[in-house]
Design a protein around this ligand. Structure first.
Ligand code: XMP
Length: 513
């Protein structure tokens, strides 16, 4: 792999993604990894990421000069560039003068990484310190007003560095620079793709599972669906998927899983109709955390019953559980390989840690967009592959107040209209998701036809996000909002008002509960 050494800040994941976009496999490693740790992974190349520190600050992450003696091509970016310069005897000056945002650089010699670059270009900078003198043996490739040495390379030793951030889209030629490093600097071939991932994971799953029985909780979302499709491809009928219909689903969802997913994958599917059970358990509860806990608890019970039933009458056990854990979850929990790092609340709706299954996690090296590519490769229907995130507790946390069958029907009717109109306007892939929320305990006065109404408001919560950790409200076109509002108030009699949530996250979360 190409190893991306993470010096903090937000950039390492982005670099790893950009490397993969160049069809080269990459992994993120913490900066605390020793040179021996890094070399044990047999890296094809190493990229040192940016980070918030100054190389001179006490406790600043340190780069062992031995790293540069290993014969592995290295690219330093921002902090990584300065750390490389400092480790090899260059001069890094604490200027205190920040270069931030779009910055003009002058390319004095294209070298390897800047090959194909114009002499003047704009790049994205974010730094205080600057490299004033390159280490011995390095050629200076570019300068900017705040960075006497803005890029350098030692072609013989295959060591490269740039002060700016080639991984962000605000550096228009950034991807080109990364590809120059990977293809020319490190001599790598762009041969990593969704097809390889499928082949490799199928092998791994077979090796892990052997002839044992496997179950997978299917939510209808992209992660669990793609994970299930991979495992199905690997071990066929040893896998049984369990879909719990808790009655908190949106219109058409259960059918989509039952028909489309089974038709495209041929997976064994058990659908458990647990609608009454969930409604009974939720009756009388309005506190968001209580509702979430009830839904999580009931889910586990239903799921465990289903697992027992799958093997009833045989002497087999279900030994493995498929989880759709993604790479960001792994990285954010420390990047380790151990079970301790696994999020137990992912996808399956809150399975506890002491569950007696071994986990199969075929997506734990992948980013969301890669999961989608793998899904398409496996023939998972596009309607599932491109689905927006939907929370495990479903509409249960989008009814503010007690959850009842009638309120669920009202919310489903409003939600399907919003989704239809957003799709019709071609906005599905522009927005991260658009929760539709029923304020069930709020009523307001309206007028419709000749009569007074006293109905409930529906909240539209369209958000744009990269990863759901932060989000902004999406500026939807007024005419689309207008059609949604008119249709909901006309077609859903209980609703007489549609309001738009214009809060970013933070301070608001995406969901209302
Ligand atoms: P919040 O509301 O925390 O949501 O801003 C962030 C993202 O997570 C989804 N979400 C959940 N997903 N189980 C899930 O599988 C949950 O309990 C859950 N709660 C929130 C939410 O839809 C958004 O994409």
């Amino acid at each position: 792999p190409v190893l991306v050494v993470d010096f903090g800040a937000q950039y390492a994941q982005l670099i790893a993604r950009r490397v993969r976009e160049a069809n080269v496999y990459s992994e993120i490693v913490p900066h605390t990894a020793s040179v021996a740790d890094l070399l044990a992974k047999d890296p094809a190349a190493i990229i040192l990421s940016g980070g918030p520190s100054s190389v001179y600050a006490t406790g600043a992450p340190f780069v062992d000069p031995a790293l540069f003696e290993a014969g592995v091509p290295v690219l330093g970016i921002c902090y990584g560039f300065q750390a490389m310069a400092a480790a090899l005897g260059g001069t890094v000056a604490q200027t205190g003068q920040r270069e931030y945002g779009g910055t003009a650089v002058e390319v004095t010699s294209a070298g390897t990484v800047l090959s194909g670059s114009p002499e003047q270009q704009t790049v994205w900078m974010s730094h205080g310190d600057a490299v004033h003198a390159a280490p011995e043996g390095f050629e200076v490739l570019a300068t900017s007003s705040g960075s006497p040495v803005a890029a350098f390379e030692d072609r013989a030793r295959r060591l490269f560095g740039v002060q700016w951030h080639p991984e962000v889209k605000h550096s228009p030629l950034g991807q080109k620079a990364l590809e120059n490093f990977l293809y020319e600097g490190a001599g790598l071939a762009p041969d990593w793709n969704a097809g390889n991932v499928v082949a490799e994971q199928v092998e791994r799953i077979r090796a892990q599972v052997g002839s044992a029985r496997v179950i997978c909780g299917l939510s209808g979302g992209v992660d669990s669906s793609v994970a299930a499709a991979l495992v199905q491809k690997a071990v066929g009928d040893q896998l049984t998927c369990v879909f719990v219909d808790h009655g908190l689903l949106r219109s058409g969802e259960a059918e989509q899983v039952e028909k489309d997913f089974v038709a495209s994958t041929g997976v064994n599917l058990v659908v458990v109709d647990a609608r009454d059970r969930f409604l009974r358990a939720l009756a009388g509860h309005t506190d968001p955390e209580t509702k979430r806990k009830i839904i999580g608890r009931e889910f586990i019970r239903v799921f465990e019953d289903a697992a027992r039933e799958i093997v009833a009458g045989s002497d087999e056990d279900v030994k493995f559980l498929v989880q759709g854990t993604l790479y960001p979850d792994v990285v954010e929990s420390g990047g380790g390989e151990g079970a301790a790092n696994i999020k137990s609340h992912h996808n399956v709706g809150g399975l506890p840690d002491d569950l007696q299954f071994e986990l199969v996690e075929p997506l734990r090296t992948l980013f969301k967009d890669e999961v989608r590519a793998v899904g398409l490769e496996l023939g998972v229907p596009e309607g599932i592959v491109w689905r927006q995130p939907f929370p495990g507790p479903g509409l249960g946390i989008r009814i503010i107040g007690e959850v009842t069958a009638e309120r669920l029907d009202v919310l489903r009717a409003a939600d399907v209209i919003a989704r239809e109109e957003l799709s019709k306007a071609g906005l599905d892939r522009d927005i991260w998701q658009c929760p539709v929320v029923l304020l069930a305990d709020v009523r307001s006065v309206g007028v419709q036809g000749d009569g007074r109404t006293y109905g409930h408001p529906i909240v539209l919560r369209p958000v744009s996000s990269e990863d759901a950790m932060t989000a902004d409200w999406t500026r939807l076109p007024y005419d689309v909002l207008s059609v949604i509002s008119t249709r909901i108030t006309n077609e859903v009699p209980e609703v007489n008002r549609v309001v738009l949530d214009v809060t970013s996250k933070p301070p608001g979360t995406i969901e209302w509960e």
